[in-house]
Design a protein around this ligand. Structure first.
Ligand code: AMP
Length: 111
């Protein structure tokens, strides 16, 4: 499958990894929008949050159990989580990912 984050998860495209296990990967965004900007992805392909089902949702729970540990390791006590779904939300990579954004004060506007 021609999917950028599948290739990153497989190690075919380099990334700056901050966490990895059998199921998930977290790596630094190539164009960070905040001092800390990390992407969390399942290794198995899910196109977006719109593709989360009872059969694959355990990996999403695992991501959300891991995010606070990574945030703490990055020195964050306050942060924002974002997942864009589809064109109106400007999803540019069609592989489910959660942005962890932090390290500075952010706008109270989200859109
Ligand atoms: P989204 O627009 O929500 O789909 O987010 C995709 C994110 O992937 C953007 O923030 C990009 O900067 C990021 N990105 C694109 N290519 C790479 C890459 N090779 N390594 C790390 N992050 C990337």
């Amino acid at each position: 499958m021609d999917c950028l984050f599948c290739k990153i998860a497989a190690g075919e495209i380099p990334s700056t990894r901050v966490y990895e296990d059998d199921l998930i990967l977290a790596f630094r965004d190539i164009a960070p929008q905040t001092p800390v900007h990390i992407l969390f992805v399942p290794k198995a392909h899910i196109a977006s949050a719109d593709g989360i089902t009872p059969e694959n949702s355990a990996v999403v729970a695992h991501i959300f159990e891991t995010i606070p540990k990574v945030a703490k390791a990055e020195g964050l006590t306050s942060y924002r989580l974002v997942s864009n779904v589809g064109p109106d939300a400007c999803q540019s990579v069609k592989h489910l990912h959660f942005h962890l954004l932090g390290g500075r004060e952010m706008s109270d506007r989200m859109a």
